[in-house]
Design a protein around this ligand. Structure first.
Ligand SMILES: *Cc1c(COP(=O)(O)O)cnc(C)c1O
Length: 217
């Protein structure tokens, strides 16, 4: 199946970059995919998934996680502050920490729960006005502010501009991570995950190349 093919390509990209086998986590992005496709990837033994919408995830993952124990679900879409509490109940990782109001809300909730998800700060590497994420020049300050709020920022995430070479964006994200002592890099999608691995990605987010084109009703 397509999953095996993507795993083989990830392994080849790890070797080509001189990186240890298994150093890149594959997040299978299952947003807006029919349930039977998601179940077949779970049945094939894959255990890390990505979702974009809190409501959609709430409708399918509690049941799927009960059927497939040990499954991890990562939030990779924009997160509204008023859905932060539900998000902490649903997700093992949040890749879209991108503004002070969300950091403050998550900080309060994490303190009350006593456990934090894996947290990635989203950086708008292309400085696109319509795109979420902190601007590159604000990234160091925002990461420091999150840490002052006791939020353990373990990674950075980016979505390069459509139709541009992704490589300079991946390089920029890796540099911001390096100078801030952040070790995880969530970058690379169906069309550019091998480039991302060459630039140090630790998490690639691959949807359509695994599940097929997203069908919208
Ligand atoms: C949908 C989505 C993906 C997966 O995209 P594909 O091109 O289908 O691999 C990855 N990251 C984010 C943030 C997404 O929204």
């Amino acid at each position: 199946m397509a999953l095996a093919d993507i795993k083989a390509r990830i392994a080849a990209a790890e070797r080509a970059a001189g990186r240890p086998e298994g150093s890149v986590a594959l997040i299978a992005v299952s947003k807006i995919q029919p349930l039977d496709r998601v179940v077949s990837v779970l049945e094939a033994g894959h255990s890390v998934f990505g979702e974009n919408y809190v409501q959609e995830a709430a409708g399918k993952w509690p049941d799927l996680r009960a059927r497939f124990p040990g499954t991890k679900v990562h939030m990779i879409g924009p997160l509204q502050t008023n859905k932060a509490k539900t998000a902490l109940e649903l997700f093992d990782a949040i890749h879209t920490l991108d503004r002070p109001s969300l950091a403050e809300k998550l900080s309060r909730l994490v303190q009350a729960r006593g456990v934090a998800p894996e947290l990635f700060v989203q950086v708008n590497t292309g400085s696109e006005p319509q795109k979420a994420g902190v601007l590159p020049e604000d990234a160091d300050g925002f990461i420091a502010a999150c840490r002052l709020l006791d939020l353990p920022v373990t990674g950075l995430m980016c979505i390069p501009p459509d139709g541009e070479d992704s490589a300079p964006h991946f390089r920029m994200l890796a540099e911001i991570a390096e100078r801030n002592g952040v070790s995880a890099l969530s970058m690379g999608m169906s069309s550019d995950f091998e480039v991302a691995i060459a630039h140090g990605a630790t998490h690639v987010r691959v949807g359509s190349a695994i599940f097929g084109a997203r069908v919208t009703a």
